[in-house]
Write a protein that binds this ligand. Structure first.
Ligand code: HEM
Length: 259
């Protein structure tokens, strides 16, 4: 699947109208183009493919939530530290985007009230977390790349993943365990993503910095893939029935994923 086939390379009919007069030097365009290949790789990791098919073991899903909890806790800690930094402030949307509290509630649902003492940070997650703290403290403009990679991705595929997980793991339709996927303060993911892109494009950055941001976003994708690969390896050691409850390729999934 080419998720961003609609993102123009700057030519072709309808470009100006469709893309709001974006130019290839705009950060949002550079990020979309520069991560296209690694996005395809991420989509094609075994863990992600299995997840989309509804082949998720509950223990593994829980460990995935724990990895996300550590990742978002680090990212949002660094975002708070840099919320007034001119290279990040326009992208500061805590009420709309921040996920670590939702993840804490999901994990409490899965592990119970003593969840904090029951979870650990895996090696691959720790490497991702360390990088987030490093950029937040040494080169905060690069936080933009980390926020882009996670939040734009969550807003793009989250609803589909929520449905798949709910069905496969037989979680309550009321949303317990799946709060991470629910952005209550965002009514239109599509409109919010457009706002976020335009805020990224308004940042006062030279082209060298924009290139560094693309490189950092590619790194962020790799950190995510390393976490998926680690989960995949752990999955091989967990004996549990796999429920086949994925969405059909032509059903809900196709219609929903780009919202
Ligand atoms: C965008 C699908 C995995 C990060 C998108 C879009 C789709 C999509 C359809 C386009 C949304 C739009 O143009 O409005 C998928 C599918 C995945 C997947 C099916 C596999 C399950 C990931 C992963 C990440 C990610 C693992 C990173 C951790 C992003 C980002 C965007 C995006 C950053 C925004 C691209 C842009 O417009 O600049 N994805 N995605 N995706 N996805 Fe994914």
């Amino acid at each position: 699947m080419d998720p961003r086939s609609g993102v123009s390379n700057g030519s072709g009919p309808g470009y100006e109208k469709e893309e709001n007069n974006l130019s290839p030097e705009d950060l949002s365009e550079m990020l979309a183009a520069g991560t296209k290949e690694v996005h395809e790789k991420a989509e094609n990791t075994q863990f992600v493919k299995d997840f989309l098919r509804g082949r998720i073991r509950k223990e593994l899903f829980k460990l995935g939530a724990v990895a996300l909890y550590h990742t978002y806790t680090a990212m949002e800690e660094e975002i708070e530290r840099n919320k007034d930094h001119p290279h990040f402030a326009p992208l500061y949307f805590p009420a709309e985007l921040h996920r670590h509290e939702a993840l804490a509630r999901d994990i409490e649902y899965f592990y119970g009230p003593e969840w904090k003492s029951q979870i650990t940070c895996s090696e691959a997650t720790q490497r991702y977390v360390d990088r987030i703290h490093q950029v937040g403290q040494e080169d905060p403009v690069l936080l933009v790349a980390h926020a882009y990679t996670r939040y734009m991705g969550d807003l793009s595929g989250g609803q589909v993943l929520r449905k798949v997980a709910q069905r496969a793991l037989k979680l309550p339709p009321t949303g317990e365990g799946l709060e991470f996927y629910q952005f209550d303060a965002i009514h239109s993911a599509k409109a919010f993503k457009q706002l976020y892109r335009s805020r990224m494009n308004e940042l006062d950055l030279d082209v060298e910095t924009k290139k560094k941001l693309v490189e950092e976003a590619v790194k962020a994708f790799h950190f995510n893939m390393e976490v998926f690969e680690e989960l995949e390896e752990i999955g091989k050691t967990i004996q549990e029935d796999v429920l086949d409850a994925g969405m059909s390729a032509h059903g809900e999934m196709g219609g929903d994923i780009s919202k």
